[in-house]
Structure formats: structure tokens, C-alpha cells
Design a protein around this ligand. Structure first.
Ligand code: BTN
Length: 324
């Protein structure tokens, strides 16, 4: 751990209380002047630290700093994940892809406080402002076959939806394929990217990118986007620790991935569906057709009925809910 990370970790440990410059200098084995310089760096990064003469430095209670220490404290004991936490990155998915290509690297989750070019599905942008969202990419090397892998996104959607509910005490829903909704607004998107080995007809690795709007996004999104998207804070009127939500996401992901072959999560996926019974617009090859979402089948396909009575099962594509 770098000196900077050690310092923030001590402040995090004592959140809401002052820690003296002398204590920090001794613990870190540096001078008080160096402590002061690192504190200034952290402040420039937007971390809210209060300094008081004769008392020292304090991380404000409301400062939601993504802390490896807090994440590890809330991770299940048997989790051996190696993580990388970054202040800013273009896209955690692109960064994770580079790490995955370098097979010696054992890092299996990349987390950033901010993304400069966050990617959404279908070439869209995922707005990723600092200090408020979770931008996380998992590197998975599936030990299961391509057939089972087709369930990965739905499986992860269940894990993320359950994690948010467990920590925030709410009831999120999943809009096919894998958007998470709270109070009829999207608060989380998932982007899965895979590298296939044609030689062995198997998946080399899969990058699963998860973006959750935790803190308010009212100031970051256009009014057009705010019609469909929101954040946990904007919906529940309360802020939650990103580190604790991240830990629970990793816990639920580990649990569901270990049991993916049983397909037990499919019951939960269907139960959490936000789309069944709704009027939708199905987009395929630039064409949009009105339909009713009838069901989700055992393979996570969306069964729809078009206005002309034709019934079809969609395995990929986009379906948006028609607002009444
Ligand atoms: C969508 O809603 O269309 C999917 C959004 C996925 C966003 C996440 S944030 C972390 C990861 N890195 C990215 O560039 N995208 C995903």
C-alpha cells in the first residue's frame, strides 16, 4: 500500500475524529511536512478533510471515499479478490481488458471514482461523475462452457440488484436484459464484453462492467436523461457508502457465480423483472416495433407479443418500456 493510501486508510478508520499530524507521521514513517503535502494532494482530489491546529486532520463523516479497507471489512472472509482502486480512468472496462490480456496479472476487480469515457451498451456513453457513482469492472475467467456463459449477464444483474436491496433497504427491479431500476428509474447499467478463443471454442475472459448511480446525479445529467435515469440518493433521499455497496456486490456476485450452473438465480431474475406485462418498444436493426412483454423464458430470453399478434422470443437486442 502506498503512503498516501495508508494515510487515507488511517483517516478512514478514525472517520469523524481528528488524528494528529504527529501520530500520522510516526505511523507512516515520514515527516509532518510530508503528511501535510499528502493531505493537500488528497484535498485536491476532492476528498473532504478538515484540519485544525493542535488537533490534526479529520475525514468528514459524510465524505464517501472508496476505501479498500472498508470494502475488505465487509467482504466475505473467503474472498481472495485482488482489487485496484483508481481515482480516475477512461473506462474501467477498457482498463480491465488490458489487465486480463496480461494473464500474469491477478487483479480481478477494477474500481474507479470517476470515468472520463464510461461506456454504455450499444455504443452509448455512461456518464460517470466523481465522488458519487460506482464504476467497477470484474475480470472473470469462466470455468463453465459458452452455453452457461450466456446467462452471465442475467446472473450478475440478480447479484447487483440483491446487493443494492440488502444495503439500501429498497426493492430494485431488473429491466431485461440487465438494467437495474428503482422507483421506475434506471440507477444501474451493466456492460459485458468477452474475449472468445476460437481454437478451443471457449471464453478466455469476460469483463463485466457495472455502473451504479449512488449519490445524487441531478447536477450531472441532462433533463432528458433525468426522465429515465436516477440515483439511489435521489430516489431514497439518503446517501449510502459506496465501499459497503461494492463489498456486497462482490459478495453476491461470488455467491451467484459459484452456483451459476444450477441456474437457480433464474427464478430470482424473473421475480425481479420490471418488464413482464408492460408495453414496450423492441429495437432490432434500426426498426422499432410495439409489443407486450409476456414472459422471460428459462434461457433468459424475452417473450414478446407484437401488435399483429405474432409472438417472438428475443435473446439479444433492446427493449424500452413505453411510459403511460
Ligand atoms: C448501460 O447502461 O448501457 C451499461 C453501462 C455500464 C457502465 C459501466 S461503469 C463501469 C464499466 N466501465 C465502463 O466503461 N462501462 C461499465
Amino acid at each position: 500500500m502506498s503512503i498516501k493510501n495508508k494515510l487515507i486508510s488511517i483517516l478512514e478508520h478514525n472517520k469523524g475524529n481528528y488524528v494528529s499530524g504527529n501520530f500520522l507521521a510516526n505511523e507512516l514513517g515520514v515527516s509532518r511536512n510530508t503528511v501535510w503535502k499528502i493531505i493537500k494532494q488528497l484535498e485536491n482530489e476532492g476528498i473532504e478533510i478538515t484540519a485544525k491546529t493542535n488537533k490534526g486532520y479529520m475525514l468528514l463523516q459524510e465524505c464517501d471515499y472508496i476505501s479498500e479497507e472498508v470494502i475488505r471489512k465487509h467482504l466475505n472472509l473467503n474472498s481472495k479478490r485482488k482489487m485496484e482502486i483508481l481515482k480516475t480512468i477512461h473506462s474501467t472496462n477498457d482498463h480491465a481488458k488490458k489487465l486480463a490480456q496480461n494473464s500474469k496479472n491477478e487483479i480481478s476487480v477494477v474500481i474507479a471514482d470517476k470515468q472520463e469515457a464510461g461506456k454504455g451498451r450499444l455504443g452509448r456513453v455512461f456518464v460517470s461523475p466523481p465522488h458519487s457513482g460506482i464504476y467497477l469492472s470484474l475480470i472473470i475467467r469462466p470455468e463453465f462452457n459458452i452455453e452457461t456463459s450466456q446467462f452471465l449477464t442475467s446472473c450478475i444483474a440478480v447479484a447487483v440488484s440483491e446487493a443494492i436491496d440488502n444495503i439500501c433497504g429498497c426493492e430494485t427491479k431488473i429491466k431485461w436484459v440487465n438494467d437495474i431500476y428503482l422507483n421506475s428509474k434506471k440507477i444501474c447499467g451493466i456492460l459485458t464484453e468477452a474475449s472468445i478463443s476460437f481454437e478451443s471454442n471457449s471464453l478466455e475472459y469476460v469483463i463485466i462492467g457495472i455502473g451504479v448511480n449512488v449519490g445524487s446525479i441531478k447536477k450531472s445529467l441532462s433533463s432528458e436523461l433525468l426522465e429515465i435515469a436516477s440515483s439511489i440518493e435521489d430516489e431514497l433521499g439518503k446517501n449510502f457508502s459506496r465501499s459497503i455497496i461494492i463489498a456486497e456486490i462482490l459478495n453476491r456476485v461470488d455467491f451467484h457465480l459459484a452456483n451459476i450452473k444450477s441456474l437457480n438465480f433464474m427464478k430470482r431474475y424473473k421475480h425481479r423483472s420490471f418488464i413482464i406485462g408492460k408495453e414496450i418498444l423492441v429495437s432490432t436493426n434500426k426498426l422499432q416495433k410495439k409489443a407486450i412483454a409476456l414472459d422471460i423464458n428459462d434461457k433468459a430470453g424475452l417473450v414478446v407479443k407484437y401488435e399483429d399478434g405474432k409472438i417472438e422470443t428475443l435473446n439479444t437486442g433492446e427493449a424500452s418500456i413505453i411510459k403511460k
